[in-house]
Design a protein around this ligand. Structure first.
Ligand code: B12
Length: 348
């Protein structure tokens, strides 16, 4: 990812020394009086938040991606507003920026950070939550409401009625499941629902997906082998699982390893399965370095060097060029695009 000539060693070293850079930022916060009158819980949270912030910022810097940093700043403004702590965001990011400049990374940090830093002093509107103007908006809204109320049976009835009326599995996955999961993410981010509700919503969606399987796993595979996994540490697996289900429906022979898969396990299973297409998913920006390492591992093994590697997940929706920087052969924004891309590989 260091196409700009910055020193990969310094990023690796910095990740290794994360605690000392966090200590440096904590001392600046203390000097500036940010902890005055605050209890130890606030100070502990500030330390753990700083650690996460630095992980994100280092990934954005290493990827040379201003948009990843700006997105992270925006995300924090919304999140901290939800918990009544919006006022900590601007000074925290200023201190992060100053600490990185002080350390010296051999790159122009401001070139990447400036657009996001500028956003901190601008006003912003509340983010839009809901389905207005989106495909199948009414169904998505009712589905979301039913699952938030814990009424899985109502949600299932809505889906089966929709299928009886000709709504296909891909549409349900994309416009109902994907749209409502993202909506629920925003409800959590803005402090409107608890993390428990968000978890319940996710597990209910998994339950509904399983009920759809008799409509998906209907015929033996007739197309190529495709293997899919999430990088190690990555727990978001619904998106890639949906793509795999649709591929299965389309006749591909899929091997799905799920969330949080160690890199060497992915490579050995790739050899065992004989798949020539590998789909890798990562949602958290701080997993990009790991993803890049995994792709290098695939490329460096004689038995897997010719495998086509496609990537996807939230960071790739934010930065259109990121897939190249992690060394992939392609990416796509959603299941429809992914299926089309894989079909074109099959034809090639
Ligand atoms: C469900 C969920 C979880 C579940 C995941 C469970 C599971 N079994 O997957 C759990 C509870 C584990 C979780 C944990 C966390 N989460 Co979460 N989560 C979500 C949520 C609500 C839905 C994710 C989802 O399924 N989306 C729907 C799918 C269909 O969309 P998708 O993943 O983007 O996939 C599509 C495309 O990206 C693409 N695609 C994806 N992969 C691939 C791969 C290939 C090869 C291709 C071609 C395409 C492709 O195609 C897919 C289908 O169209 C999102 C909200 C959101 N915006 O997505 C937050 C969200 C991603 N989570 C978030 C956060 C902060 C976290 C935590 C850090 C929370 C915490 N404090 O612990 C942890 C991190 C865990 C980790 N280490 O991975 C934030 C991320 C913010 C950011 N700035 O990065 C989000 C955006 C919520 C929010 N609005 O704030 N989460």
């Amino acid at each position: 990812m260091n196409s700009d000539g910055s020193d990969i060693q310094s990023f690796t070293q910095l990740r290794y020394d994360l605690d000392s850079i966090v200590d440096m930022a904590m001392s600046i916060m203390e000097e500036e009086g940010m902890f005055k009158g605050k209890d130890s819980r606030f100070i502990d949270y500030s330390r753990s938040d700083l650690k996460i912030h630095f992980q994100y910022v280092l990934e954005a810097l290493q990827a040379g991606s201003a948009s990843l940093f700006t997105d992270y700043v925006e995300w924090n403004r919304v999140f901290f507003r939800g918990i009544g702590l919006e006022y900590v965001v601007a000074p925290t990011f200023r201190i992060i920026r100053d600490s990185l400049v002080k350390i010296g990374l051999g790159i122009d940090v401001d070139q990447i950070l400036a657009p996001g830093m500028a956003r901190l002093s601008e006003s912003y509107d509340d983010i839009v939550i809901g389905f207005e103007g989106k495909p199948h908006a009414k169904l998505a809204e009712s589905h979301c409401r039913a699952l938030l109320m814990g009424d899985r049976e109502r949600a299932w009835k809505l889906l089966s009625d929709a299928m009886d009326n000709g709504v296909g599995i891909l549409e349900i996955y994309q416009h109902i499941f994907q749209a409502s999961l993202r909506n629920v993410g925003l409800l959590w981010q803005t402090g409107r629902i608890s993390v428990a509700k968000e978890h319940l919503f996710t597990s209910s969606t998994q339950n509904l997906m399983a009920r759809l399987y008799p409509f998906i796993f209907i015929k033996p595979p007739s197309k190529s082998k495709v293997m899919a996994a999430c990088v190690s540490g990555e727990l978001h697996e619904m998106g890639i699982r949906m793509i795999v289900d649709i591929l299965e429906l389309e006749g591909y022979d899929t091997t799905y390893l799920g969330a949080n898969t160690p890199s060497d396990a992915i490579v050995s299973m790739l050899k065992e399965s004989g798949a020539k297409i590998l789909l890798l998913s990562a949602t958290m920006t701080y997993h990009m370095e790991r993803l890049q390492g995994l792709i290098s591992l695939v490329r460096s093994d004689k038995e897997t060097e010719d495998v086509t590697v496609l990537v996807g997940g939230r960071p790739f929706l934010i930065d259109d060029n990121l897939w190249r920087r992690v060394g992939a052969d392609g990416y796509s924004k959603d299941m429809k695009e992914a299926i089309a891309m894989i079909a074109s590989l099959e034809e090639a």
